[in-house]
Design a protein around this ligand. Sequence first.
Ligand SMILES: Cc1cc2nc3c(=O)[nH]c(=O)nc-3n(C[C@H](O)[C@H](O)[C@H](O)COP(=O)(O)O)c2cc1C
Length: 160
Amino acid sequence: MAIQDEFKQALSTWASGVAVVTTADQGLLYGLTVSSFTSVSLDPPLVLVCLATSNRMPAMITSAQRFAVSILGRDQEEASSYFAISGREPTAEFVEVEGDWTPGGMPVVQGAIAWLECELYETLTHGDHSIVVGEVVAARATEAPSPLIYYRRAYRGVTD
Ligand SMILES: Cc1cc2nc3c(=O)[nH]c(=O)nc-3n(C[C@H](O)[C@H](O)[C@H](O)COP(=O)(O)O)c2cc1C
């Protein structure tokens, strides 16, 4: 088995939440489903996402200098699938999925269980992905209890 296949098989056992990274650059909105979201630092408050350099999102974030992260709930599989469709173009408004706005004017996914608005802090490129680090300038969480989970290439919910 090629090392990339071994890598994917091993990483598929890492259960994660599902988030959508969004940005608005020159009036055009774009979003991308990610599992590679994590917190980095509390002071300053930093988070990161790893984004394929083949996707337009890292360049859009570099241009916009801002992005947001929406953490999806168990009932948002459709939003996750939509923002994972290959080859979508940026649009003036979200299509298929309802959007909201952060105080700083970043689009987020309506109904997300939490969102974070970030200013671009640093971008590091390693291999075929860019590690995009953002400083969190605003964040909200809802009372919605149930996150969407991605594990072994399938959507799941949390059960105790
Ligand atoms: C659950 C899930 C998690 C994903 N996580 C990431 C991620 O962390 N980073 C990334 O670049 N792409 C991730 N993707 C893939 C992108 O959402 C998208 O499908 C891919 O970039 C294809 O679009 P493109 O061909 O326009 O680049 C994920 C997809 C799914 C369904």
